[in-house]
Design a protein around this ligand. Structure first.
Ligand code: IMP
Length: 450
């Protein structure tokens, strides 16, 4: 497996971090290829908990190179906090590499993200408000500021000045609507609304302050800045194993997800080529990670969403609260129509099914196998048309459940027959083998399948 891509197969939070962590044991290089600190995962190592937002969790292994690819958008302040936090806990950061071409999330991106969401009101997307969308928008507009710009004061100042002007205007326009927004914003949003569109000039938007601050970030990040695409080529050409780690997931893909309720990058496997700088032929395997059920944070269609006791069970037993924002996740049965779509669009070669233990005690288990449209038509394929998807209701196959606790299972034969039958059904339906099953939060709580 010299070139292995790991992607989320649902709406995110599938447990990619744990799967990447396990597969990274056999890899030499681990590269993040898109997204930013909208992602987050927790790794438990020897009883110690580590939270990651930008740095590949492979950094916990000694001697492995971990890279933040050019497709990532990174907030340098958050990245430095993450580096400092890990260093304080004794983690060696000398193998961290950051692409000189990655784009920076600037303070105005964060303000615009929040202000934009508040302006949308009931139509808001439920973004993580980390500035992801505005940063990728600036990249496409060619107003972006890249990691390499941090190393040249003149370039940095000029680029910030050019990028800042339209932002100040946009934020000024939004501040005209400030009173209305404040009135409309819920209790929890009032403070954010005030911060995003405050009446006095925001010190974070001062050209001089921002330039100085970012020069100091550049100074600190400089030892890590590198040509990360070349690192990938060198590793792959020497026959070493590289893992390309996606953030978010297939159904949040900007082009192929449930637009507009998506993130602003492409989390599907094909995007590893662009976000890391490799060619399509460098990808040998694609692993998709899916929960044994489904969750979604933020707004947007979710055909199998539950509002009953089973959904509550998934939320509580699965601790379905966001690592990044702490938001409660929406929960539902596994959607095999959507999963088969994810298998195809990612050219998936294997699946890792996580959190199977959460399904214990809520049998019979349901799996969505087709949708019915508002007009009554049966749909076997994931609809590309937004209105059809919004009106689709799932039709389920019922499978026998299991009540036994499976957290101690380590071999396929340890699993209850019903759990194995559930996994077989999923694999058969979507057409790829399940190679790894998560049976609990611990790193060792997994079952490898042949
Ligand atoms: P953004 O990526 O912050 O712009 O948010 C866009 C949408 O993607 C929102 O619905 C978010 O809740 C969702 N999203 C972004 N990152 C993640 C993630 O890591 N896990 C799950 N959902 C995410």
């Amino acid at each position: 497996m010299p070139g292995l891509v790991i992607v989320g197969a649902q709406w995110g939070d599938e447990g990619k971090g744990k799967v990447t962590d396990l597969l990274a044991e056999k890899a030499d290089l681990i590269v993040r290829f898109q997204g930013g600190n909208n992602a987050g995962h927790t790794i438990v190592r020897d009883g110690e908990e580590f939270k990651f937002h930008l740095i590949p969790s492979g950094i916990l292994y000694t001697g492995k190179t971990c890279a933040i690819g050019n497709g990532v958008v990174l907030d340098p302040r958050i990245l430095l906090e993450e580096i400092d936090g890990l260093r304080r806990r004794g983690v060696d950061m000398s193998n961290l590499r950051i692409s000189a071409n990655a784009h920076l999330i600037m303070p105005y991106h964060v303000l615009l993200d929040t202000a934009g969401e508040l302006k949308l009101g009931k139509l808001s997307l439920g973004t993580t408000r980390r500035g992801i969308g505005p940063c990728y928008a600036d990249k496409a507009l060619r107003l972006g500021i890249r990691v390499q710009d941090l190393l040249d004061e003149k370039i940095l100042r000029t680029k910030i000045r050019t990028a800042l002007e339209p932002k100040q205007q946009a934020l000024r326009e939004l501040s005209v609507q400030r009173r209305k927004l404040r009135k409309e914003a819920g209790e929890g949003d009032r403070e954010a609304a005030g911060q995003a569109i405050g009446s006095s000039p925001d010190p974070r938007l001062d050209l001089h302050t921002m330039t100085e601050e970012h020069l100091s970030y550049g100074h600190r990040l400089e030892p890590h800045i590198a040509d990360t695409a070349r690192l990938c080529w060198d590793a792959l050409d020497a026959g070493r194993t590289a893992i390309f780690e996606g953030a978010q997931a297939t159904l949040l893909d900007l082009d192929h997800g449930t637009y507009p309720f998506v993130t602003s990058s492409n989390p599907i496997a094909g995007a590893a080529t662009i976000g890391a700088g490799i060619g399509p032929a460098d990808i040998d395997e694609v692993w998709g990670v899916a929960k044994a059920y489904a969750t979604r944070v933020g707004a947007g269609p979710f055909p199998t969403e539950l509002s009953d006791g089973a959904g509550r069970h998934m939320l509580e037993r699965g601790h379905e609260y966001g690592t990044t924002t702490g938001r409660e996740r929406r929960c539902g049965w596994i959607d095999l129509v959507a999963l088969r779509y994810a298998v195809r669009i990612n050219s998936m070669s294997a699946l890792a099914i996580t959190k199977l233990d959460v399904l214990s005690g809520i049998g019979p288990l349901k799996v969505a196998v087709r949708y019915r449209s508002r007009e009554g038509a049966l749909l076997d394929r994931f609809p590309y048309h937004q209105s059809i998807l919004h009106g689709a209701t799932p039709e389920y196959e019922e499978l026998p459940g299991f009540d036994a606790e499976i957290g101690d299972c380590r071999e396929p034969s340890d699993l209850p027959a019903e759990a194995r039958a559930f996994l077989d059904y999923v694999a058969e339906f979507v057409g790829v083998p399940v190679r790894l099953v998560g049976v609990g939060p611990g790193r060792e709580q997994v079952v490898w399948l042949a």
